[in-house]
Design a binder for this molecule. Structure first.
Ligand code: SDX
Length: 433
């Protein structure tokens, strides 16, 4: 007798039933395997936005939206934020374990060997207008990376897959910095591999040939924290896009380019840029009630950017961590951002006392404070989502790689509920009146 847990779904109209197996996870909700539903009962399930649908089994990240829990490969985000580094977390996500000393040395060397980009990419960048949004540049450039690596695009080869992951993690900062340099008309800088991952990115962003830029340890730590917190987040829209693209057999650079395009949206990764624009529009705390009322008005498309989350129905643990870092950083770096922080703190206080937000479990998410930190670091607004993309690239490539090791994955192809015109015959033009 197997100890399979079953749920029976019965169609009262026909009296037919189907038994669906309950599949347990290590943490979180069990899932109902409904794959027999169409053949046994003749129905598809309907779940716009996939709010109730598990698209895959994954061992990478776990979120408990009620308890505000976020684990990367089982480690709580609070502990990783305090004790780890972004590059160490890249190893953790990619390989499932924190590296020992020997492996850490080896992994660092692997990443450092791939930080430069083909010089052709720099000519590619020159094709964009100077006022091109860096996210638009990033989508194109990352997608074009595959044209430089014909010899290692066999996605059935684990070594090719791993090399693509290493290349993307190593090169995103260099490409992002090049996009920024191009947008301000400054010469590109090259990676300095003796520097740490985050420090190297900052020097490529802010150094000029005439004088080096030595980032303050406070700035490096703040950006490191941001990147740790944005590295992965289960099946969010951009990660689901990368998985879906990967399921067709598309090359990893094209898949990550699709993820970058999805992240760009203001409802997703573009929210950090939208939060700053919103805080600047509000500018005066006295204006906050007006904006809160607009956010509550169904007829007004305005929403409080940085508020709400599909999964977190309590505080986003990343927002809690970033909120504290905001305070610490602004003490050290740039009081100029204090007014924005004051508006943000007051907005948070007012919204969290408002019935509309309380009954909908709308709390600040990771993007609510991240923009203030990035602005204090001197990162321009149109680079905010690019920073998010650099960080999330490790999540994207890890999920892309996980797809290939899953025994139940196939090309993603959702069904639909058709509500269009009933079948009808073609009417020639002469008979259409
Ligand atoms: C990220 O998925 C991830 O993990 C994403 C992310 C990651 O790490 O990958 O965490 C990163 O994308 C964070 C979210 C950043 N986006 C924003 O801050 C944009 C503002 N937030 C909203 O657009 C919204 O909250 C979403 C998109 C984040 C979540 O949308 P849902 O889950 O589809 O929620 P919903 O739109 O169904 O909203 C439920 C209700 C609605 O009201 P009613 O129809 O019930 O009356 O809450 C309201 C919404 O109108 N609502 C808001 C609101 N967010 C939801 N009202 C005002 N302001 C808001 N921000």
């Amino acid at each position: 007798m197997t100890n399979r847990r079953l749920v029976t779904i019965t169609d009262n109209a026909s009296g037919s039933s189907v038994e669906c197996e309950v599949l347990e996870g290590v943490h979180g909700r069990s899932v109902l395997d409904i794959r027999a539903l169409p053949s046994k009962l003749g129905y598809f399930t309907y779940d716009p936005g996939f709010a109730s649908t598990a698209s895959c089994s994954s061992a990478i990240t776990y979120i408990d939206g009620q308890e505000g829990v976020l684990l990367y490969r089982g480690y709580p985000i609070e502990q990783l934020a305090e004790h780890s580094s972004f590059l160490e977390i890249c190893h953790l996500l990619l390989y499932g374990e924190l590296p020992d000393k020997a492996r850490w040395k080896e992994f660092n060397a692997e990443i450092r060997r791939h930080t430069m980009v083909h010089e052709g990419i720099r000519r590619f960048i020159a094709g964009y207008n100077h006022d091109a949004h860096p996210m638009g540049m990033l989508v194109g450039i990352v997608g074009a990376l595959s044209t430089f690596y014909h010899d290692t695009l066999d996605i059935s080869d684990p070594e090719h897959r791993e090399l693509a992951a290493i290349r993307l993690i190593a090169k995103l900062p260099s490409i992002a910095a090049d996009c920024y340099k191009y947008s301000i008309g400054q010469p590109f800088m090259y990676p300095i591999n003796s520097l740490g991952y985050v420090e190297n990115f900052l020097q490529m962003m802010f150094s000029v040939r005439a004088e080096p830029y030595i980032p303050s340890p406070v700035a490096v730590r703040a950006l490191e924290l941001m990147m740790i917190l944005h590295a992965d987040h289960e099946q969010n829209a951009s990660t689901s896009t990368v998985r879906l693209a990967g399921s067709s057999g598309a090359n990893p650079y094209a898949c990550v380019a699709a993820g970058i395009a999805t992240l760009w949206g203001p409802a997703h990764g573009g929210a950090n840029e939208a939060v700053i624009n919103m805080l600047q529009d509000i500018s005066d705390p006295a204006e906050i009630p007006k904006y809160v009322e607009r956010a509550k008005d169904r007829n007004d498309p305005f929403r409080l950017m940085g508020f709400g989350h599909r999964v977190y129905k309590s505080f986003d643990p990343r927002a809690t961590i970033i909120r504290q870092a905001c305070h610490d950083l602004l003490q050290d770096l740039d009081a100029g951002n204090q007014p924005l922080l004051e508006v943000a703190l007051r907005l948070e206080e007012i919204a969290l006392q408002d019935e509309y937000f309380i009954e909908r479990n709308l709390y600040p998410n990771v993007d609510f404070y991240s923009g203030i930190i990035l602005r204090a670091l001197g990162i321009p607004l149109n680079m905010f989502t690019v920073i998010f993309a650099i960080s999330r690239s490790v999540g994207w490539v890890t999920h892309w790689m996980e797809f290939f090791t899953a025994d139940d994955q196939r090309i993603g192809r959702p069904q639909q509920r058709y509500v269009g015109a009933a079948r009808r015959d073609f009417v020639p033009m002469k008979d259409r009146g």
